[in-house]
Design a binder for this molecule. Structure first.
Ligand SMILES: [Zn+2]
Length: 308
């Protein structure tokens, strides 16, 4: 099939110049400074090797698809994260939402090649046709740590500024936020896929791929029973003096745990510092409590065994 050829070709070709500009970074919110070094194109291979040796599990390489502007939401919506069913009321979420007004520009997370740009009314990219509406999928110039090609998907777009087969630079303008396809209000639906761009069962948690904010880290963990079986839809709370976040473990078999982390929940965008993690039993009684330290530019992993 013709479409598949584009992404295979993209793996062996370096990104060509695109016409669109890289979004500027606001003065108050800066990109993770480590990241600039990590993907410097002049020395990409040597740097990638060094990072792999230092932090073999980390792959926070992708630019946020929304400009780091104070007036915009450039973090994944906390109420419908990857793996959530929103308390059993919605389809399991295989991506994350960036909730912003219609016409907000959307940018490429990394250089690569457009493998699909257009309406998904005929080319099915999700559980059904016309699910993502106007959608762009890019194959990037990088591989996952298990050696698979990495794709990002940008759904529900109002407008598309690129075409299938086009090479794009890191930060290229792809289109604008809308509510096409199956969408409640204007927002960007964003996915990370590996192996196949057209198979919605091949997603990974984007929070494990997005660049850290300055001096932020994140928590990933696995909540399981005494036999090591994952516990679905388990509520947990992560809190510090400054913030209080709720999260839920993944709610469906369609959700993939990262092969290097094996997580069934993540809590991203946490300023470095001390946090308390709490898991409650169905009855509301305390099931687990621990103090954990979140380091900047680091994912802290927590293994939690619960017996009901
Ligand atoms: Zn979504």
């Amino acid at each position: 099939m013709a479409l598949a050829i584009f992404w295979l070709a993209g793996l062996s070709q370096s990104a060509a110049q695109s016409e669109t500009a890289t979004p500027s970074v606001s003065e108050t919110i800066q990109q993770n400074p480590n990241r600039t070094d990590a993907i410097a194109k002049s020395d990409a291979d040597a740097t990638a090797t060094a990072i792999a040796l230092i932090e073999p599990k980390e792959h926070h390489l992708l630019r946020r698809p929304i400009q780091l502007d104070e007036d915009l939401v450039h973090w994944p919506d906390r109420t419908y994260p990857y793996g959530s069913t929103q308390w059993g009321t919605r389809p399991v979420h295989l991506g994350v939402e960036f909730v912003n007004p219609r016409d907000t520009p959307v940018y490429a997370s990394e250089s690569g090649k457009v493998v699909f740009a257009g309406s998904d009314s005929e080319t099915v990219l999700g559980p059904q046709a016309d699910y993502y509406g106007n959608v762009v999928v890019i194959v990037h110039d990088l591989l996952s740590l298990d050696g698979q090609p990495v794709f990002t998907l940008y759904g529900h777009l109002e407008r598309i500024n690129v075409s299938t087969g086009q090479a794009v630079e890191d930060g290229a303008l792809l289109g604008a936020i809308g509510s096409t396809g199956v969408a409640i209000g204007a927002h960007l639906h964003y996915e990370v896929r590996v192996e196949s761009p057209f198979d919605y069962r091949k997603t990974r948690n984007p929070e494990l791929w997005l660049q850290y904010y300055v001096n932020n880290g994140m928590v990933a963990g696995f909540i399981h029973d005494e036999y090591g079986e994952a516990i679905a839809e388990k509520r947990l709370i992560l809190r510090s003096d400054a913030l209080n976040r709720e999260a839920y473990t993944y709610g469906s078999e369609l959700v993939n745990r990262d092969p290097v982390w094996g997580e069934n929940f993540t809590v991203g965008d946490l300023p470095a510092g001390e946090y308390e993690i709490v898991v409650l039993k169905e009855s509301g009684a305390l099931a687990y409590r621990e103090n954990i330290q979140v380091e900047a530019y680091t994912t802290t992993f927590v293994d939690i065994e619960i017996s009901e």
